[in-house]
Design a protein around this ligand. Structure first.
Ligand code: ZN
Length: 146
């Protein structure tokens, strides 16, 4: 288990250092900004939808390592994905953040987020990119939800 935690930490540090799909996406159809006042994380997500498919997704952020790594992994996981896969992927991430143990055979970098479950104060940092994506995709619903 210690080795696994080490591996997760390495994955998160790598995404923090070399975030994937980082930068402003000029040609976008949806965008949203997210802010986590507890940590001070800020990020902006832009994506281009083509029908029901996420053709491109990029982010920019001024945030902590966990938030940046989570955003980087999110853009990596969702580039080229069908819209209907978004909720499922987010559900998986939420389960990891609540401490669900990854399938050891799954080749899934998102599983590294399960390490965050041991640091409850950082869970919001990891969730911010996903909440912001939700806001970008469903602006009306998220402003009226409670
Ligand atoms: Zn943070």
């Amino acid at each position: 288990m210690a080795d696994l935690q080490e591996l997760y930490q390495t994955i998160i540090m790598d995404h923090n250092k070399r975030p994937r799909h980082y930068g402003v996406l000029a040609d976008f159809t949806h965008r949203a900004e997210g802010y986590n006042p507890i940590c001070g994380d800020k990020l902006e997500i832009r994506l281009k939808l083509s029908g029901e498919q996420i053709e491109a997704i990029q982010f920019e952020a001024a945030c902590c390592a966990i938030c940046k790594a989570s955003a980087s992994m999110m853009t990596q996981a969702l580039t080229g994905a069908e819209l209907k896969a978004v909720d499922e992927t987010r559900g998986q991430v939420d389960a990891y953040l609540q401490g669900a143990l990854p399938d050891p055979d799954a080749d899934d970098e998102l599983a590294a987020l399960s390490g965050v479950s041991q640091f409850p104060a950082r869970i919001k940092c990891a969730q911010l990119p996903w909440q912001t994506l939700d806001k970008a995709l469903r602006p009306k619903e998220s402003s009226s939800e409670n």
